[in-house]
Design a protein around this ligand. Structure first.
Ligand SMILES: Cc1cc2nc3c(=O)[nH]c(=O)nc-3n(C[C@H](O)[C@H](O)[C@H](O)COP(=O)(O)O)c2cc1C
Length: 374
């Protein structure tokens, strides 16, 4: 079995698989269970100082399946879930408890606050006292929070990303990751802003705004809450190609920055693609929710097999291996023209070669005929 351990930015993970912020890390019980199953790290459900402002709804999930008779055949997943509605003090006790129970696993505190320096400094200082290993700034939740100028409302404005990340970096003694929203034209701009502010890493992507469907009997959009709905965050395997592209773009734009890649990862094969596209580790949320936390076993086995089969000694050797093969359309055109010219040249050379053989054969034949006639 290949060695799956990684060290990124001073953080040591037993394997590169991290549970992404969301239901999989919603309290100490599930975090500890996930660590016991073998997850290398967990970003807890996003926490804030004042949970009284967080009102979660039921239902808050919607699913797009390719086979309605198969519960697990989920192509895409919508949520209108907010950040954690559990009290900050409870979280502080639970984070300390999880870190104590699993000191060798990476515990990342996902945090979010309003656009106010004191609030960010307070949440960073009080949370880091629990012993967590890193912060992930949620600058990317696309629903509910932007109405309070939080989440994606910050992540869509590179100036605010730079300012808020700077507040967190100055207050933090551990590495700070900024989590990006994909709901933006150019994902490189906020990522570069976070790097300028001193972020150790970029996490990408959060969910993509969507409407999962409309009920044809009631004409109501889903998930339907008291007859109404709102656009929510799309995740799961349907978003994987979009996430892969954004991770690749960010990795190229921020070459010296750690990238934690996510969006639709469910298998080791998916994870390898993110590593090849420049991610240093990978996170999963929807995949673990739908397939179960136990998928960690198959993820580790699959990655290990891939590495053994191809002779990779370290996970790091996969990181960014495919990046040199991304280019521009104009360059592709040039390359194709050059390849066609080369092939045409080869064809000409072949023709000449064939021609040479023919003439040599002709002269040999003529010579032989002459000899026979003598
Ligand atoms: C139900 C649900 C709740 C989520 N809550 C959070 C959250 O609190 N904080 C956060 O940063 N991301 C949150 N996310 C986003 C995920 O961490 C992840 O960025 C996104 O879902 C893409 O990865 P996936 O396709 O593996 O789920 C949530 C996702 C889902 C599906």
């Amino acid at each position: 079995m290949a060695n799956l351990s990684i060290e990124v930015g001073g953080l040591k993970y037993p394997n590169p698989f991290v549970l992404a912020s969301g239901p999989p890390g919603t309290n100490a019980r599930v975090i500890k269970r996930s660590f016991s199953l073998g997850w290398g790290g967990i970003a807890c459900k996003t926490i804030s100082l004042d949970n009284s402002k967080v009102h979660n709804l039921v239902p808050r999930y919607g699913k797009l399946r390719w086979d309605e008779s198969d519960r697990k055949s989920v192509l895409g997943f919508q949520n209108i879930e907010l950040i954690s509605d559990r009290a900050f003090d409870v979280w502080l006790d639970e984070l300390a408890d999880c870190k104590q129970a699993y000191p060798d696993r990476m515990l990342i505190a996902s945090v979010m606050e309003e656009y106010e320096k004191d609030a960010w400094v307070e949440i960073i200082e009080r949370t880091q006292a629990t012993g967590i290993d890193a912060f992930e700034l949620n600058l990317s939740c696309p629903h509910g929070l932007p109405e309070r100028k939080m989440g994606a409302a910050m992540g869509q404005d590179p100036k605010i990303v730079e300012e808020v990340t700077g507040w967190a970096v100055q207050a933090s003694k551990v590495p700070v990751y900024a989590k990006m929203t994909p709901n933006i034209t150019d994902p490189r701009e906020p990522a570069q802003a976070a790097v300028r502010a001193g972020a150790a890493g970029i996490s990408a992507i959060n969910t993509i705004l969507c409407v999962i469907g409309i009920d044809l009997d009631t004409y109501r959009p889903m998930p339907t809450v008291e007859g109404y709905s709102e656009p929510g965050g799309y995740s799961g395997r349907a978003v994987r190609p979009i996430a892969l592209r954004q991770v690749m773009e960010i990795a190229r734009a921020c070459p010296d920055t750690i990238i934690s890649g996510m969006g639709g990862i469910e298998t080791a094969t998916d994870a390898v693609q993110f590593l090849l596209a420049g991610a240093h580790n990978v996170q999963l949320c929807t995949g673990a929710m739908i397939q179960g936390y136990e998928i960690i076993e198959g993820l580790c086995e699959g990655l290990s097999k891939f590495m053994d089969d191809r002779g990779f000694k370290k996970v790091e050797d996969l990181v960014g291996k495919s990046l040199p093969y991304f280019t521009t359309h104009a360059d592709l055109v040039e390359r194709q023209l050059a390849a066609k010219r080369e092939r045409a040249g080869e064809a000409n050379r072949d023709e000449m070669w064939q021609g040479n053989i023919a003439s040599e054969t002709d002269s040999l034949t003529a010579e032989n005929e002459k000899k026979r006639d003598q």
